[in-house]
Design a protein around this ligand. Structure first.
Ligand SMILES: C[S@@+](CC[C@H](N)C(=O)[O-])C[C@H]1O[C@@H](n2cnc3c(N)ncnc32)[C@H](O)[C@@H]1O
Length: 265
């Protein structure tokens, strides 16, 4: 586990409270609807985080057996309390401790960008999928196409002009390339059947909450810690974000690719 992929201690609570509804829930609801259309009976979710998509899957697929997993134990602890019902497990998506040919659907929201070995993770998805199974996942488009995180990163560039953090462009928004996504999925033994670019609107109650969420509830936190005291940096980022976009509520369009792949036969 690296600093780019860690959610420690308080981070899941901050992530869920500050970014859950504003940034992740609109895409989670969209992905859960797509999952329900496939009428799966045994579903695996990887990189499930605080369970935002999981909750949608439980509601949309009341008869399905759902196994939800994440790399970080604090995420699994938080999510299993928030969304009881599914089987929750700690699991690295690149090395799943699960049997072959078990699931008819694997779902992943905004997780694949965090996997250093994406092709290895796609191979694992293929291994645990039944023949004809589906893999449904989404990936952020570039940072400039997502107004809510872009506002916070613009504020960060003003607060830390000599050494602005690059976590956002490098990890969550660093895999925004449909050609590369298709090639990696193919190399993992799956075939992309559908790849859509969608834009959805998110709303945060305040600019300060958005700044808190990205600065303290995502691994951006570790880059900020290297640059100074979080207790000084985060209020400044909140102040500049507020100056830039207003106190709130803050509404912003965000763009992502949604991919449906099948086991290549
Ligand atoms: C941006 S969050 C997305 C969480 C959730 N899917 C959502 O929509 O809110 C990325 C998640 O990927 C998880 N993650 C990072 N690397 C992982 C890996 N190798 N295997 C499984 N999960 C991983 C993190 O713990 C985190 O929960």
């Amino acid at each position: 586990m690296t600093a780019d992929t860690s959610w420690l201690e308080s981070m899941p609570e901050v992530y869920d409270r500050c970014l859950g509804l504003a940034v992740f829930a609109p895409f989670g609801a969209e992905l859960a609807l797509r999952a329900a259309d496939l009428r799966p009976t045994r579903v695996l979710e990887i990189a499930a985080g605080t369970g935002i998509v999981t909750a949608g899957l439980v509601e949309a697929l009341p008869d399905a057996e759902i196994t939800a997993t994440d790399l970080n134990p604090p995420m699994v602890d938080y999510a299993s309390t928030r969304v009881p019902g599914p089987t929750w497990r700690v699991a690295d998506a690149q090395a799943l401790d699960l049997d072959d040919d078990v699931f008819d659907l694997v779902v992943c929201q905004f997780g694949v960008m965090f996997f250093p070995n994406r092709i290895g993770a796609y191979r694992e998805v293929r291994r645990v999928l039944e023949p004809h199974g589906s893999f449904l996942f989404n990936v952020w488009d570039t940072l400039d196409t997502s107004e809510l995180p872009a506002a916070v990163y613009a504020a960060l560039a003003e607060v830390l002009p000599d050494n602005p953090p690059d976590f956002g462009t490098r990890i969550p928004h660093g895999y925004a390339d449909p050609t590369r996504i298709r090639a990696d999925v193919q190399a993992g033994g799956l075939t992309v059947e559908e790849l859509d670019r969608i834009e959805l609107v998110g709303t945060s109650p305040s600019a300060a909450q958005l700044a808190e969420g990205f600065c303290l509830g995502t691994p951006l936190r570790f880059q900020l810690q290297e640059r100074g005291d979080l207790a000084e940096i985060v209020p400044k980022v909140a102040e500049v974000t507020t100056r830039m976009v207003g106190e709130g509520p803050v509404e912003g369009s965000m763009a992502a690719y949604v991919v449906r792949a099948r086991t290549a036969l």
